[in-house]
Design a protein around this ligand. Structure first.
Ligand code: GLU
Length: 459
């Protein structure tokens, strides 16, 4: 497991080891041994599958493409997690992301374990036909370890419903006569996907932030208002007034989170900046997110980069470099692009006091410590971006029953599930001085540890 996740899991185990109310039957040497076993289990994946996918490119050349499926832990259920198509994919990265899935599912009580896949390509450089061959080969090479009750992939960066449809179809032809709807989630609705899955991660990201800063704080103001906890003070300072919001990343997560913020008029928030791989657009008076979404839909997902393109939309904005979004003077920064965006070397320039992790691991461990020591609230990935896997779970259930819910029902179920997690975690977070990430990890590790202990796996 890469250092950041591993270090926080270890810190969580250390905290739990000293908490005598946790697994009280385990005493002295047995307790020490059990915690060493837990550290060993959680810090390593159960299985690492690697293949070199052989495809014939459009040029006629045969190429070999490195691909992974990493199965971290299945204590809670079948392995579950997306498949990423990106040129920076590596075994270390996929392992870390698989571990995050284990913790994310445990935190939100989704009955799945954690897994992740990756293919080392820049999908923009491949034709649709080549991508189709890559998807088919991925399923062929890993077909023995995938399946509705074994390991269920989903979209991640660089993949979407098109790829999941192709993969499910390949799974179906390799396993004739067997259930296949639950083999992949994030499929198109016509192919057994769930209504509301595409928007689920972005909606969940915005909901998490809104629920914490608005609904929860309002309902709990009587006991929170006297607190000298720095995180409570930051939260209170941002509650009950209009907030400015910047969103890094304008893909499936960032654009939906930005739209949710834009539409949430009863809070009078203003989305003042959005960014993508080319540009940051900034207007302190607010940006029209629907106009930008329409533009991106017609331009391969890219935001406008020229004054003329902005003028054609009737928009005014400063056109800044793509990193500028991180350093703007805003209240809230939603990170929905890549990992490691806020690091030791640039954390000093970040002004937002509330950071929401829509992407996985966008704030490094060192930057997290610096920000937390300033009282900045970071709503961590495993809490904020679980909407995708939660609705994947609903998709898997619907596929089993071949009974499908309406979009409204799906989003209601999503918010209910996230609210339940938040109602469990927020009183603990606001009641003690640890950052929210640490609280979430402790909660997830507690659940996994208790199950492993009761299954007799710690001896
Ligand atoms: N790739 C998404 C994540 O990182 C969704 C995973 C899923 O739906 O299984 O959470």
């Amino acid at each position: 497991m890469a250092s950041q996740t591993g270090a926080i899991v270890q810190q969580s185990l250390n905290a739990l080891m000293g908490d005598e109310a946790f697994l009280p039957n385990l005493q002295e040497q047995a307790r020490e041994q059990a915690f060493l076993s837990l550290a060993a289990i959680l810090s390593t994946p159960n299985k690492v599958h690697k293949a070199f996918l052989r495809i014939t490119a459009d040029s006629g050349n045969v190429v070999r493409i490195p691909a992974y499926r990493i199965q971290h832990n299945d204590t809670l259920g079948p392995y579950k997690g997306g498949i990423r198509f990106h040129e920076s994919v590596s075994e270390e990265e996929v392992t870390n992301l698989a571990a995050l899935m284990t913790l994310k599912n445990a935190l939100h009580e989704v009955p799945f374990g954690g897994g992740k896949g990756g293919v080392v390509i820049n999908p923009r450089q491949y034709s649709a036909k080549e991508l189709y061959l890559i998807c088919k080969k991925y399923v062929q090479y890993f077909s023995d370890v995938l399946g509705p009750d074994k390991d269920i992939p989903a979209p991640d960066m660089g993949t979407g419903e098109r790829e999941m449809d192709w993969m499910m179809a390949e799974y179906k032809s390799i396993h004739p006569g067997q259930p296949y709807l639950g083999s992949f989630t994030g499929k198109s609705v016509i192919n057994g996907g769930s209504l509301g899955r595409r928007e689920a991660t972005g909606k969940g990201v915005y909901f998490t932030f809104r629920y914490m800063i608005h609904d929860f704080l309002k309902a709990q103001s009587s006991w929170l208002s006297g607190s000298d906890n720095p995180f409570v003070q930051t939260a209170i300072a941002h509650s009950g007034r209009p907030l400015t919001i910047a969103v890094q990343g304008f893909g499936n997560v960032g654009s939906v989170a930005a739209l949710e913020a834009y539409k949430c008029t009863y809070l009078h928030n203003k989305v003042t900046a959005v960014s993508d791989r080319n540009v940051t657009l900034y207007n302190p008076d607010g940006l029209s997110i629907p106009a930008l979404i329409d533009y991106a839909a017609q331009h391969q997902g890219d935001l406008p980069v020229t004054e003329d393109a902005l003028a054609s939309l009737g928009l005014k904005a400063q056109i800044l470099g793509r990193e500028a979004v991180l350093y703007l003077d805003v209240d809230v920064l939603i990170l929905a692009a890549l990992e490691e965006q806020i690091r030791k070397d640039n954390v000093g320039q970040v002004k937002a006091r509330i950071i929401v992790e829509g992407a996985n691991a966008p704030v490094t461990g060192e930057a997290d410590v610096t920000l937390s020591s300033r009282g900045t609230i970071i709503i961590p990935d495993i809490l904020a971006n679980a909407g995708g896997v939660i609705v994947s779970y609903f998709e898997w259930l619907q596929g089993r029953e071949t009974q499908f819910y309406t979009e409204e029902e799906v989003h209601k179920l999503l918010y209910d599930k996230m609210q339940k997690t938040l109602n469990g975690i927020l009183p603990v977070f606001f009641g003690d001085p640890h950052p929210l990430r640490q609280n979430c990890y402790i909660q997830a590790v507690m659940k996994l540890s208790t199950m492993l202990y009761r299954q007799g796996k710690l001896y």
